[in-house]
Design a protein around this ligand. Structure first.
Ligand code: ADP
Length: 540
């Protein structure tokens, strides 16, 4: 049996969420007639003056999609879909007309749009925190930005200032969406929150929990807060860094029965975590700056101290040098007379004691004169008065001349000096007199302190220049003493048996440096010492 075609068509329109009707429109008279409606259509058209709506659309020739907001909160979407159908009159137009309930879809879209806006607020406020160097400057701006995108009416940030007896806060941020809302009263800054009945809140906040409370749910002892602040709903979020409680980010709503969604609470908490990071960073930076400026002033103070000390030392040093030079000079003249006259005095042959005394005067005088000359020499080196006279010569020549001069001292001790000249014979440009002075001194020490039958005297060329080495097989010098002996007036084991002033090595090192070289020492206790004068080929 063949079904009624119209019922068959009607059935085919069922099964989706669209309400569908077929219309025939009289385009001339701007009228219409329903041919067919599916059941969804019939359900959706109730409580809604559909006929009036359609008449209006058709008379205005408006077949665009339209959204209808019904008084019961429902949202409907309507649209037309014309189709060709052979008809005897061209005054007739066939059309499908759809109605769809989009209430939920609309709500979801609004929700998403709102969330996007909120997240945009969060992102832009965090960006402000990142960009500005000081939190006191950036925080009000960042939180205002955040508030603007949220559902709340006002925002504040209370910086925690604690001591053992009370819980106090400083208001760092106090912003509202519009001037019709109150600001947080300034007096909240001076009260002790622990004693004002809201200690329960502080306790929870310190533990990292949030306070989301409406006026009607608050305890009687907490009611004063809502009266003073005029808030109906409060949302307090702790701002922490690691385990440290830094303050409260607070939001308030001034209309009753307001609900904050759970997901939004999570976003607020995210912002508070960021804030914790920035508040702590700011604290660290302030601390660092404090250290830095303390350090700077300390360094400045020390530098001034050092400059003063250095100047004093320089003055004292100059005075000492001048004094010594002066005294040494004054001493030299009478000393020369003493030495000279002690040689001239003729005593009778039998006056043995007198002659002995004369010998004491003579040897004491020459020792003293030698010492004074050495002091004068050192003073000259230290004060930079020493003059270098450069000439070109073979180092072995100067070695031989020195050997001649020192030979009597070696002979007196029964010691041999074994000289090893350089294999290569080439010229050195330096001050031969100063080199001789150094070598005499080193050789004299090797003879004085050495206790072997000979000392070695080497002269050789290397890539860096010329080396003069004097090696003895005496007692050697301990590592600790090796540094000291180059200081003036240092004598090791001074038992008075070996003559000396403790100035020879410091003069020699001073001269070597003036020649652009140095004296190096290698020594081991019990094995002897090797002093090496190293000079470059050309004096610079
Ligand atoms: P002086 O020989 O007049 O005392 P120096 O400055 O030449 O002064 O030497 C300083 C000290 O270094 C000497 O008193 C001596 O104790 C030690 N010294 C120098 N040369 C040698 C050496 N070749 N072996 C052991 N000790 C030495």
């Amino acid at each position: 049996m063949i079904e009624d075609p119209l019922s068959l068509f009607k059935a085919s329109l069922e099964g989706n969420d669209w309400g569908t009707a077929i219309l025939v429109i009289d385009t001339k008279n701007k009228d219409f007639q329903f041919i067919l409606k599916n059941s969804i259509f019939e359900r959706l058209e109730s409580d809604f003056d559909l006929l009036f709506f359609l008449k209006n659309k058709i008379s205005n020739n408006d077949f665009n999609t339209e959204v209808i907001y019904k008084t019961d909160g429902k949202v409907l979407e309507t649209s037309f879909g014309h189709f060709e159908f052979p008809s005897e009159s061209n005054q007739k137009q066939y059309s499908k007309f759809f109605i769809r309930d989009i209430t939920i879809k609309q709500k979801q879209e609004e929700e998403i749009a709102w969330r996007l806006r909120f997240e945009l607020g969060v992102a832009s406020s965090i960006q402000i925190l990142i960009q500005k160097p000081s939190i006191r400057e950036s925080l009000p701006q960042a939180l205002y930005q955040l508030l603007y995108f949220t559902e709340m009416d006002s925002i504040f940030f209370l910086k925690y200032i604690a001591n053992d007896e009370n819980d106090k806060f400083e208001i760092w941020v106090n912003e509202r969406k519009s001037t019709e809302y109150p600001l947080l009263p300034k007096k909240f800054q001076t009260i002790n929150w622990r004693k004002e009945g809201i200690n329960r809140w502080i306790h929870k906040l310190k533990k990292g929990k949030i306070i989301y409370l409406t006026k009607d749910k608050a305890l009687p002892k907490e009611q004063w807060y809502f009266q003073e602040s005029k808030a109906e709903t409060i949302l307090f979020i702790p701002v922490k860094f690691e385990n440290q409680f830094l303050g409260i980010m607070g939001f308030q709503k001034y209309i009753p029965n307001f609900v904050i969604h759970h997901e939004n609470l999570l976003i607020y908490q995210t912002v508070s975590r960021w804030m914790g990071l920035f508040v702590q960073r700011d604290k660290d930076l302030t601390e660092l700056n404090r250290y830095k400026s303390t350090l700077e002033s300390l360094i400045l103070e020390r530098t001034l101290d050092l400059t003063r000390t250095k100047e004093e030392l320089e003055r004292a040093y100059k005075a000492k040098t001048e004094f010594l030079a002066h005294v040494s000079h004054e001493l030299r003249t009478p000393l020369n007379s003493i030495i000279g006259f002690s040689k001239l005095i003729q005593l009778p042959e039998e006056d043995v004691t007198g002659k002995e005394y004369l010998q004491y005067i003579y040897s004491g005088g020459t020792r003293l004169l030698k010492m004074i000359n050495e002091i004068l020499n050192l003073m000259k080196i230290e004060s930079g008065q020493i003059k270098i006279q450069v000439s070109e010569f073979k180092p072995e020549t100067i070695c031989r001349q020195t050997l001649e001069l020192i030979q009597p001292q070696a002979n007196a001790k029964g010691m041999e000096i074994r000289f090893f000249p350089p294999i290569q014979s080439k010229n050195l440009r330096s001050d031969s007199g100063k080199i001789q002075q150094i070598l005499l001194n080193l050789l004299s020490n090797a003879i004085k302190y050495g206790d072997h039958s000979y000392v070695e005297f080497h002269c050789e060329w290397s890539d860096e220049g010329v080396y003069f080495s004097i090696r003895d097989f005496g007692p050697g010098i301990s590592e600790e003493d090796q540094k000291r002996i180059f200081h003036s007036f240092t004598r090791l084991n001074d038992d008075g048996k070996i003559e000396g002033t403790g100035l020879g090595l410091s003069i020699s090192q001073g001269l070597a440096e003036k020649l652009g070289g140095k004296i190096e020492l290698i020594s081991h206790l019990g094995e002897g010492s090797t002093f090496t004068l190293k000079l470059s080929e050309n004096y610079k």
